[in-house]
Design a protein around this ligand. Structure first.
Ligand code: FMN
Length: 447
């Protein structure tokens, strides 16, 4: 039997943040958000035949640490961020095959606006657009859209599913053969090919139809990343392809099984829904060189920046930590404050034990490894990395592939992926040797 091929994306969300922007070789001559750097990135990704370049998003400035945004701004932690929609257009104009994934929050956006925007992007890119839907988990993001706090977790996902229903109805509201553009008769469109949406739900009321010509993909590719049981159910409902977190392999295997169950419950075939696992990666000619590059991550940001990052992600201000504390005490305090004890604290408790006593400085040292993804960064030669990716791919059902990213510096690390890792995977029959199809959907969802 032929070996199943992987799909590869590149997540550039963090390449200008967390001190990566000044690592050796990083973007000479460019400062974010210079469009030239993103165009160059897209060209390199296409040279490597990657499926997609992708960015996550957040719409607020982190301000949990010390109750202030100063550290986030000073050290570039989850700041600055840009609406990347126009940048996808620019990248599409200098490439022909690679796809583009943009992130939108179903908690703030309106489905009519978003469905219409995606239609235009699908036209401009020639059918190469994907929408990543997030529910948003950060207070400072909600605060810019009229909310005093987070929307309830269950409501966020109910809204995401309804949002998706409305978008799908809108994309389907104009048939693929609705346009006539008949110069002889003067008829532009066939009225019989449009249908109302008439959606009236808990969150949205939309009459439809969409007032746009049908786009190459019809519906863009939908991506979703949910971690909780409710989030995974939403993945099964929403996603053509799931974005999975960079957890330890046994946890990824568990998420794959949970997703399969959720897909079956909805009558979907789990074989057809891949997961792209988020994978921080450093490729070099030799293992030694790769490990040396990975060490640079530990010099990239000061403790203040680590505090800003951790506090933003958990919703708990770690600047208020006492000089010494146990992990159990910290966990209890975070939960009591309605913040979320993120995976990092759980992992720390699993490794050191809940009774472990830490000083504030020690906690931030562990936090540095978290904020830079140091421990989770795969570093090695192309052959070593291909071995590891094959192992992960097979253990998680050989469907989907990897969203590589969180590199040390761009573009050198993307060049390593395109010019060294990809050829190694191709030699093993694990990656395409040409783009076979015109649209992202066809290329990315091919099994
Ligand atoms: C790989 C990955 C990427 C994510 N990217 C974003 C993002 O760009 N913006 C965002 O607001 N949330 C992002 N999230 C958060 C998820 O949307 C989701 O809220 C989180 O995984 C928690 O899952 P839960 O809501 O099911 O508990 C990401 C999550 C994962 C695993």
């Amino acid at each position: 039997m032929a070996r199943r091929r992987m799909h590869l994306g590149f997540d550039f969300s963090y390449s200008h943040m967390g001190g990566r922007w000044r690592m050796p070789g990083a973007w000479p001559g460019h400062t974010f958000p210079d469009v030239g750097m993103l165009e160059e990135m897209a060209r390199i990704a296409e040279r490597g035949l990657l499926d997609i370049v992708f960015s996550g998003d957040g719409t607020g400035v982190p301000d949990t640490w010390r109750g202030s945004r100063d550290a986030a701004v000073e050290w570039g932690m989850n700041w600055p961020r840009q609406d990347l929609t126009p940048y996808a257009v620019a990248m599409a104009r200098v490439t022909r095959h690679v796809g583009f994934g943009l992130t939108f929050s179903s908690s703030f956006m309106h489905p009519y606006y978003t469905a219409r925007l995606m239609n235009s992007l699908d036209h401009i890119t020639g059918g190469r657009i994907a929408m990543n839907l997030v529910a948003s988990t950060r207070r400072s993001d909600f605060a810019n859209f009229g909310f005093d706090g987070l929307m309830d977790h269950g409501d966020r996902y109910d809204r995401m599913e309804e949002f998706t229903d409305v978008c799908r109805l809108l994309w389907d509201s104009v048939a693929p053969d609705a346009m006539l553009w008949d110069r002889e008769t003067g008829r532009v469109g066939d009225p019989a090919k449009l249908r109302d949406v008439r959606h009236e739900g808990r969150f949205f009321k939309v009459s439809g139809p969409l007032n746009t010509p049908p786009s190459p993909q019809g519906r863009p590719v939908l991506i979703q990343a949910g971690g909780s049981p409710r989030g995974i159910r939403a993945s099964a409902y929403v996603a053509d392809v799931v974005f999975g977190g960079d957890m330890a392999l046994p946890l990824q295997v568990k998420q794959r099984a949970a997703l399969d169950e959720a897909l079956r419950a909805l009558g979907r075939d789990p074989e057809e829904v891949g997961i792209l696992w988020q994978t921080p990666i450093v490729v070099a000619e030799t293992e030694r060189e790769a490990l040396a590059r990975r060490e640079l991550l530990l010099t990239s940001i000061p403790p203040e920046a680590v505090g800003a990052y951790l506090s933003y992600n958990s919703g708990y201000d770690f600047s208020t930590l006492p000089e010494r504390f146990t992990l159990r005490e910290l966990h209890a305090e975070i939960v009591a404050g309605q913040a979320s004890p993120m995976g990092f604290l759980h992992e720390l408790m699993a490794t050191l034990g809940p009774g472990a006593e830490l000083t504030r400085a020690e906690f931030l040292e562990h936090g540095l490894r978290e904020a830079t993804a140091y421990d989770r960064t795969l570093a090695g030669s192309p052959a070593q990395l291909a071995d590891r990716l094959e192992e992960m791919f097979e253990a998680t059902g050989s469907r989907g592939g990897f969203m590589l990213g969180h590199t040390v510096s761009m573009p050198p690390d993307l060049i390593g992926i395109a010019d060294h890792l990809v050829p190694e995977l191709q030699r093993r029959g694990r990656f395409r040797t040409e783009y076979r199809y015109r649209t992202l959907k066809e290329n990315l969802l091919e099994s």
